[in-house]
Design a protein around this ligand. Sequence first.
Ligand SMILES: [Fe+2]
Length: 384
Amino acid sequence: MKPQLVRITRNPIDTDKPLEYPLYRENGVLLANKGAVLNEAQSTIIRETEEIFTSLGDLSAYYEAKESKLPGKAANDESNNSSYNPIRQLDVLEKELLRIYYSPSRASSLEDLIWMRARIRSICKHAPDAALAKIFLDNKRLYSVQHAIHVAVLVELTTSFLNWSNEQIESLVGASLTMNISMGILQDRLQKQSKPLNEQQKNLISAHPTKSVEILKKIGIKDSAWMESVLKHHETPDGLGYPSQLKLENIPISATLLRMADVYCAKISGRSYRNPMLPHIAAKDLFVGIDKEVHSEIVSAFLKILGLFPPGTLVRMSNKEIGIVFKRGEKINTPIVKILLGKNSLKAHSPKIVKADDDKNKIIDIVSHKQLSQKGNFIDLWNL
Ligand SMILES: [Fe+2]
């Protein structure tokens, strides 16, 4: 079977070393095998061939291996001495994704998506609490792409917890990044809009799953599971979803998981006209509108991954101190908390760490980020 080819755009080909992936011409003619060290004549051909391709599978494996350690750490250390911060690494991806949303037809879009997916997966593997904290700390300035990355993080962590296959996870993380690719501009506008939707906006929204799949095909995605999840991410078990009002039996579990992550992340994110929903309430809402028999396993996985107090949540402790959840704990209600605010002062730079439990260090309330008048740079708390 002919492999699916991807144009190589991000990395110059090093003709002195064994190749990390095979090289093809656009028409599928193999130029060099993976592992080959090119001779003079082959190097000349590669240099003179305007567009070089490789197989999607080999490229995914290459990025997976490249990103498998702490992604970005080496580059970060070389450019300056600042600490490596997984949240800031994810922030970098927002701008990359924005370029794809606003200009999907660029030649590099497919390779960029494959690279971003590998990087998100690796950050989630190495720093899952930091990746989750990003969801609760973001400023929503670049809502469309921030939301896509939040959903990708939640999908990656949940599907890994459920032991889905590598292929299934890759497809769904890809779908998370691109489910709304056809309406990024509208999403960013709606984030600030308090008026009801107009007719044109309603039409764009109902068409966006279909339009997003059309864009993915143009980018060169051929992964049918990826595209099916995008197409069906607004179909609901009651048959009232869109665009096709599918019945429960025709909606794959992957599309339902994507929808639930999408809805959860939207609820805990504020709008100009409403405050964000607090995480423990959004967690309870995960149970609304699901088919208990079919979906209880994925709802339990979400709860296990997020806990009642996910990283990034501000909490009031029983002794009145205010802290931020830093890490999840053994149980969904016993996270590790960094105390930020004692009786009188902000302690963000040297916070003490407590393990929330059911007795002495009990969490009694969630505090909205708006309520905390003294702000610190919370992101630095996750420096590695
Ligand atoms: Fe959507």
